[in-house]
Design a protein around this ligand. Structure first.
Ligand code: CO
Length: 291
């Protein structure tokens, strides 16, 4: 089998949205794009220097059937959940929360000077895991391996592997890779990807050509969705480029989605809503794992 470099098939610039109790954010993809990015359901980027855009936060709300992955570039988010976890996601930290059968939590950005900047990615869970015991992983910035090469490329490994470095978030159902990559001006980054895994890049600073055949650069804050292949190759523009590179095994299962709850069938959503009303939505408690 010949090896081929993935090409960018589609770009999503996203839409401004208001979520939670009034957080202004950019939704790069979401409900309308299902199942294009299977197993990924949603990517939000909250980025503002005006506290009025984010201090209302995301007060107590449920999740079931998905993982929420919060990565703060800059700023602090206080959280608490029904598993008994409380704490702060700080700049550089990642919270990878597998809701499984269900949690209630709140996520409240702290007022700050300067730019609050962070992402939340939703990863779908397979049918067999949707009612599993919830699991919470709070990972501090110092726990992530940083891989540097001779060209000055810096890769922070959140999940998956890069050049033998293994991210601290593992044993997840869709076998995800989540890298934060910084490439110097004019340099080229390449990395293998698992054939068949859905893969996208999200430039967050600078711009670059995201495949060898690219005629033009993809600017910051645009999702580049790759076709299938064995690797990706990114050439940084004159200002360099920093991007997230995310991939995972598609589930190929039906998606029934109601707000923060994502199941396979409509009846499962209705059951979840009945349980929320009755007060027996929460099925499991779990000890804290904080890295
Ligand atoms: Co949430």
């Amino acid at each position: 089998m010949t090896s081929n470099v993935r090409t960018v098939e589609e770009e999503f610039g996203g839409l401004e949205a208001m979520e939670g109790a009034g957080v202004r954010l950019r939704r790069l993809f979401g409900h309308a794009e299902v199942p294009r990015l299977d197993p990924f359901l949603l990517l939000d980027h909250f980025r503002s220097s005006d506290p009025a855009d984010y201090v209302a936060g995301f007060p107590w709300h449920p999740h079931r059937g998905i993982e929420t992955v919060t990565y703060m570039l800059n700023g602090q988010v206080d959280h608490g959940d029904t598993l008994g976890n409380t704490g702060t996601i700080d700049s550089g930290d990642v919270q990878w929360m597998s809701s499984g059968s269900g949690i209630l939590h709140q996520e409240m950005p702290r007022r700050m000077e300067g730019m609050l900047d962070g992402f939340q990615l939703w990863v779908n869970m397979p049918a067999k895991s949707k009612m599993s015991t919830p699991e919470y992983r709070g990972v501090r910035r110092t726990a992530f391996p940083i891989v540097k090469d001779d060209a000055g490329t810096v890769v922070k490994v959140v999940a998956g592997t890069h050049r033998g470095a293994v991210g601290p978030v593992d044993a997840l159902p869709v076998d995800p890779t989540y890298l934060d990559v910084t490439v110097r001006p004019g340099e080229t980054f390449s990395a293998p990807t698992v054939r068949g895994h859905t893969t996208f890049a999200y430039p967050i600073e600078g711009a670059g050509k995201f495949d060898p055949a690219a005629k033009r650069e993809i600017p910051a804050r645009t999702v580049a969705v790759y076709g299938d292949g064995d690797s990706v190759e990114v050439k940084a523009g004159p200002e360099g480029v920093r991007f997230l590179l995310v991939s995972g095994r598609p589930l190929g299962e039906p998606v029934a989605w109601y707000g923060p709850i994502v199941m396979n069938r409509q009846e499962e959503l209705q059951e979840a809503i009945r349980e929320l009303r009755r007060g027996d939505f929460i099925k499991h408690a779990q000890p804290v794992v904080d890295g």
